[in-house]
Structures are given as C-alpha cells and as structure tokens.
Design a protein around this ligand. Structure first.
Ligand SMILES: Cc1cc2nc3c(=O)[nH]c(=O)nc-3n(C[C@H](O)[C@H](O)[C@H](O)COP(=O)(O)O)c2cc1C
Length: 258
C-alpha cells in the first residue's frame, strides 16, 4: 500500500519534472524567435505607414532595409548613428523610460499628451529618394486617450509638414469608439494634412466632420464619432511631439543641413 503511494508520487514528480524541463527548454529556445517576431510586428507597422510594400519574394527584414534608422537626441534635435552601446535595430525607447539616466520627467505644465516621462534619445526612420534627399520621415508618437496610452507612428513628407500616413500599434480604446483610430478610411483622411501653420502646431482632430469649404481644412481631421476624448488625445499627442520637446528641433536641424 505504502509502496504504491510512494510510487504514485514518484511518477507524478517525474512527469512534472519532465514537463517543466520541456517548457523551460522551449521558452529559452523560442526567446530569439519571439524577439524577432515582436521586432517584425513593429517593422510591418512602420512599413505600412511609410507605404512601402513587402514584395512576395522579400522578408519583412529585407523590405525594412529601405529605411534608414537614426537615433534622435530630443534635447538638441540632432540625429546620431550611435548612442551608448545600444544596437539601433534593437533599441526600444519605451524601455529607456524605465531608466532615469535615459529619460526625463516631463514637467506637468508641458505634459499635454500625458506621457509623464520622455526618453532622452528616440529612434526615427528615414526613407530617401534616388537623389538621397529625404522623401519621408517616420516618427514614433504616443499619448493618453481615454483608457490608456496610444502608441503609433506618423509619416511626414520631405517638407517636414505634410502628413503622408498615421498608424497605431497599441492602445486600449474601445472597439467601435476610440479604437476607430485603426479605421482605414480615418487613417487615409490624414494624408495631405499639414502639421504647422505659421510655425505653430495647428493640426487637430475636431469634433464632427471637416467641412469641404472650411479654409482651415488642411489643419483639421474628422472626429471619431462618440469618441471625442480619444480624438482630443490624438490632437494632444500631435501638439506635444511636434512641439519643442518633440521633433520641432529635428526639423530645424534638417532644414539647416539642406
Ligand atoms: C463603455 C464606454 C466606452 C467608451 N469608450 C470611449 C473611447 O474609447 N473613446 C472615447 O473618446 N470615448 C469613449 N466613450 C465615450 C466617452 O465617455 C464620451 O462620452 C465621449 O468621448 C464623448 O464623445 P462625443 O462627444 O463624440 O459623443 C465610452 C463610453 C462608454 C460608456
């Protein structure tokens, strides 16, 4: 009787041990693959907003080589090829937010997008034309909506003012309401809109529809119906990221260089 109890426990223990070994081994062996998949998810979004097609004979990573990646020092607006020991492919500025030596608290009075912390150095993507001029810039943006922070990318043309695309890759907004930021037609409605008017950030998501005869229609995007708060969050993040604490200094630097 006793012997069979011990045997049962022994067999159960052995089964547990073998299973846990299998689980740990698969977790370790799949880690690199998971990292690559996460990187590829992000790359697909960036390619989508840059309007770069992945050809049937191409991998995501191959299509992505069309884009140049640069670090951006938000304090100076300067682009850099190197930043500490970070590998630019793997650098994730959102991880920098957890390190007080790599990020800075945003003063409450400036924190219109409610991001709390801003990385000291970000990462942007550049698409160049055949003459090596900047055709598009793809810039990460984020800000608080109704339920949480929306994370996305906006693409600008080489005039650093005209929007050529916008996309979000993570948010907590309600399906059918705030989550309509993912609506293809709404995203298309951003194309051709202008960020700055007389050197001030002017682009906003309004409540309701932009009238066709509105003289300021280039600076206005249709609101999302029943989701004014999400729309306001999107406007606020445009305001923050295209202001002086965001990408405005970068555009000055790039204008100066060209
Ligand atoms: C369950 C629930 C989910 C909601 N989700 C959102 C949302 O994701 N984004 C948003 O702006 N408003 C959302 N709202 C509505 C807001 O509370 C608010 O009424 C709305 O933003 C006002 O927009 P409107 O003036 O266009 O109606 C939600 C409301 C409820 C009850």
């Amino acid at each position: 009787m006793n012997e069979s109890v011990i045997k049962t426990i022994g067999v159960a223990f052995a089964v547990c041990l073998i299973c846990s070994l299998i689980v740990s081994l698969s977790a370790v062996s799949l880690r690199e693959q998971q990292k690559e998949n996460k990187l590829n998810d992000r790359r697909v979004k960036i390619l989508e907003v840059a309007d770069i097609k992945i050809e049937p004979d191409q991998t995501i990573a191959e299509a992505f080589t069309k884009l140049e990646q640069k670090f951006i020092d938000f304090n100076t607006g300067k682009l850099m090829d190197e930043y500490k020991n970070f590998n630019i492919d793997e650098y994730d500025q959102l991880i920098s937010l957890k390190d007080s030596t790599l990020s800075s608290p945003v003063p409450k009075s400036e924190d219109i997008a409610i991001i709390k912390n801003r990385e000291n150095v970000g990462k942007i993507f550049i698409l160049r034309d055949d003459d090596d001029n900047i055709d598009k810039l793809i810039l990460p943006i984020r800000g608080y909506g109704l339920w949480g922070t929306l994370f996305g990318y906006i693409a600008l043309e080489g005039d650093f003012n005209t929007v050529s695309g916008i996309t979000y890759y993570e948010h907590k907004e309600t399906p059918g309401l705030g989550a309509e930021v993912d609506n293809v037609d709404w995203k298309k409605s951003w194309i051709g809109k202008k960020i700055y008017q007389d050197n001030q950030v002017a682009l906003t998501v309004i409540k309701g529809k932009v009238a066709n005869d509105d003289p300021s229609k280039l600076y206005k995007v249709d609101g999302l119906s029943g989701a004014t708060i999400t729309g306001r969050g999107v406007s606020n993040m445009i305001n923050y990221w295209f202001g002086n604490s965001g990408y405005a200094k970068l555009f000055e630097e790039l204008d100066y260089e060209s």
